[in-house]
Design a protein around this ligand. Structure first.
Ligand SMILES: [Fe+2]
Ligand SMILES: [Fe+2]
Length: 235
């Protein structure tokens, strides 16, 4: 199991919920008819095909980042608005909300991602919602996960404070990551003519910061450095 995911899961105080969550991370599979589906390993998987976190390791980065945002929102709710939040629900919801995305993606020979036959028939949200019910997770966790895309893009609006926090955290991190990737690809293409479809978030931030601090020459230099690093890695 990825150490970083395990570390967040061990922050869940309720022991039975922690155990169930750790078991899920150990075995993120689903059985339909007689077939058990397992996807890309969680530590290597992306968390999106193209819109956000669309690179190896993107899934874990998305869980880490959205959990941090969600916990900060918990602080705000409690310390500014005098509200009450159950952090165990928020932690579990954030860890598991996209855990079946890797089941719906596969890597093509050229390194790009495509939808699996399973993902072609059913989305990650329906898959995880039904599997959480099957594994006996509390209704409040099932709700958080079912509502994490919000009511416009998902089956139900968030109806609890914890579900609203998880939805906002998910959406903030997806947007942050997606905007940075798109900006970096655009800057690279404009400065050098090179398209960088498989940019990681770290590379993307490097390119965007290069533009902010050093202008177009900075972008050129950053992209050349990246290309060189990739050539060395490919050898
Ligand atoms: Fe999702
Ligand atoms: Fe997500």
């Amino acid at each position: 199991m990825d150490k970083r995911l395990k570390q967040i899961a061990t922050r869940i105080k309720n022991k039975s919920l922690q155990k169930k969550t750790l078991e899920f991370l150990e075995n993120p599979t689903v059985k339909i008819e007689d077939k058990t589906y397992s996807g890309l390993p969680l530590d290597l998987a992306p968390a999106g095909l193209s819109r956000h976190h669309s690179y190896p390791g993107g899934f874990v980065e998305h869980v880490l980042a959205s959990t941090k945002i969600a916990l900060t929102l918990c602080d705000v709710v409690e310390s500014v608005y005098n509200g009450k939040v159950n952090r165990d629900l928020v932690l579990t919801g954030m860890i598991l909300h996209d855990v079946f995305k890797p089941l719906t993606y596969e890597m093509r020979e050229n390194g790009s991602y495509a939808v699996t036959p399973l993902g072609d028939r059913i989305d990650h949200l329906t898959l995880i919602t039904s599997e959480l019910i099957r594994r006996g997770f509390p209704l409040d966790i099932v709700h958080i996960v079912a509502a994490h895309h919000g009511g416009e893009a998902g089956p139900i609006y968030p109806r609890t404070v914890e579900a609203l926090i998880c939805h906002l955290a998910d959406s903030a991190d997806s947007q942050l990551n997606g905007e940075i990737l798109r900006a970096a690809r655009y800057l690279s293409q404009r400065a050098t003519g090179i398209d960088l479809p498989k940019l990681t978030s770290k590379e993307a931030f490097e390119i965007v910061n290069a533009k902010v601090w050093k202008g177009w020459d900075g972008v050129k230099h950053a992209v050349e450095k990246m290309e060189k690093r990739r050539r060395v890695r490919a050898k």
